[in-house]
Design a protein around this ligand. Structure first.
Ligand code: AMP
Ligand code: ZN
Length: 483
């Protein structure tokens, strides 16, 4: 087999790309900070899970089984990073007039459904914060040497651990954002100290609260991840992931807790990996949700969910990715192109058992080198293109190469139908058949040189949100307008 390039991954701890060596090759252990389930996860959040999915797929492609844990934060994440404000879940429950448990259940289910639509594989374990309150209380009790009580709860003293905040890499200028934090909490000793356990101001008012040695209350968000990652993956596991925002506060705080717990300088994970943000400049597509667009925003506009996966794969996970109608449509077009190019191969053959042709093994080797180079999926996609379009090579072998590459890309290319990629927009007033019929009428009118009639039909279609694409290279005559 050609997949032999050593895997190199960028470690936020050292700010360097490092050869990856598993602690135990029998199972690479990965923990991913999961969603706070007080609202629908937006497309930016989903980028974080397409990234972790790509990472675990690449680890498996390299031959290592993976033990992957994703947590569900259903308590403890406050509306402010300053240890003040409300619990996000409780706030949503009050606004939606349902129980906090219902809020968490609802958005957890929506999140999992979105992952499935993006072909993001299930982790080995979902770990729900409220299922681990006893573990958290026990953990907090064991790090007593690093904690102190203030009127509002139990706090972590960040001066008790070595190199606090090293991951964030900007301790010198950390004073600025932290000033707000010390002002907002009575009895907090240092700006960077953070809540381990927050006492309920009025017990009985919160829906989610538990008795503890520090009063009735709820755990801090950072505590959850230390406790759950250690419980399921051990005190030192392979890779911890999250969005780039977590590099600044959440992960340094997890590391501090881990160090206090083990009494060592170990951070808890050998590699800390962070995906960069999905950003929006045009700001047009966010209107519907009041925040960032969700997967439904795309689907309602007639864009297949896997176009979003393709968009994520076309960029490097450590680069910002701009979300715009143009970029989304380009990703959709790219996906269509692949499906169309594969159709004749799929009609002619089934994937063969072996891949022998040197051109294909070469492309597989290049594909492997790309993904082994800190998950360079953008480069890997070009080798997928090359394998599909390679001339005069047995269709079955080409399909086998595509199937192999798709284990990493997760686009489901051997099962995706061209017709499935035409998603009916929520606002569509015409059925696909009606659109096709009008296009046929327009073609006939133009052939008969009745341009007025042809233009009238075009106007009708445009008014119905249909973009006509005369002469489209992919033979796609029309698409729902998307802006
Ligand atoms: P949250 O539910 O807020 O805890 O976020 C879930 C995950 O999404 C975390 O790993 C965040 O770092 C990540 N995240 C949040 N916003 C974005 C964004 N715009 N682009 C990429 N990742 C994000
Ligand atoms: Zn976390």
């Amino acid at each position: 087999m050609t997949d032999s390039a050593p895997l190199v991954l960028f470690n936020s701890l050292t700010r360097a790309a490092e050869p990856f060596v598993p602690i135990d090759p029998a199972a690479v252990r990965v923990y991913s900070c999961g969603p706070t389930v007080y609202a629908r996860q937006h497309l930016g959040n989903m980028r974080a899970y397409v990234f972790t999915d790509t990472l675990t797929r690449v680890l498996r492609w390299k031959g290592w089984p993976v033990r992957h844990v994703i947590n569900i934060t259903d308590v403890g994440h406050l509306t402010s990073d300053a240890d003040a404000g409300d619990d996000k879940i409780e706030k949503a429950a009050a606004a939606e007039q349902v129980s906090a448990w219902d809020v968490a259940a609802r958005y957890t289910a929506l999140f999992k459904a979105d992952l499935a639509r993006l072909n993001v594989a299930e982790p080995t374990r979902w770990s729900v914060a409220t299922d681990h309150i006893d573990d958290m209380i026990a953990f907090a009790g064991r790090i007593g040497g690093s904690t102190y009580e203030a009127p509002s709860g139990l706090y972590f003293d960040t001066t008790t651990v070595p190199d606090y905040g090293k991951l964030a890499g900007h301790r010198e200028d950390a004073a600025a954002p932290d000033v707000a934090r010390i002002d907002s909490v009575e009895g907090k000793r240092h700006p960077a100290d953070f809540a381990i356990w927050r006492k309920s101001e009025e017990p009985g008012r919160r829906q989610m609260e538990w008795a503890s040695p520090w009063g009735i209350g709820a755990p801090g968000w950072h505590l959850e991840c230390s406790v759950m990652s250690m419980k399921y993956l051990g005190a030192q596991f392979d890779i911890h992931t999250g969005g780039i925002d977590h590099r600044e506060i959440h992960h340094p705080n997890e590391i501090a807790q881990n160090q206090a717990y083990t009494g060592t300088a170990g951070t808890g994970a050998n590699l800390w990996m962070h995906n960069n943000f999905l950003v929006e400049r045009g700001a047009k597509m966010s209107k519907s949700s009041g925040g960032f667009a969700t997967l439904d925003t795309l689907v309602d506009a007639g864009v297949h969910p896997l176009a979003y996966r393709m968009l994520c794969l076309s960029a490097h996970y450590r680069s910002e990715l701009e979300f715009s109608a143009e970029n989304v449509l380009a990703a959709l077009t790219r996906l269509k192109r692949l499906v169309i190019a594969l159709a004749p191969l799929r009609a002619a053959a089934t994937p063969s058992d072996s891949i022998r042709h040197p051109k294909l093994t070469e492309q597989l080797g290049l594909f492997d080198a790309a993904v082994a180079n800190d998950l360079n999926t953008a480069a890997a996609l070009t080798h997928l293109d090359a394998a599909i379009t390679a001339k005069r090579i047995d269709a079955g072998e080409r399909l086998a190469a595509v199937a192999r590459m798709d284990e990493v890309l997760g686009l489901g290319l051997l099962a995706l139908e061209r017709s499935a990629l035409r998603v009916r927009p929520a606002t569509a007033t015409l059925t696909d058949d009606e659109v096709e019929a009008l296009l046929a009428e327009r073609k006939a009118a133009r052939a008969a040189k009745d341009f007025a009639a042809g233009d009238a039909i075009r106007d009708t279609l445009m008014a119905a949100g249909v973009d006509i694409m005369d002469g489209d290279a992919l033979g796609w005559d029309w698409r729902p307008r998307f802006d």
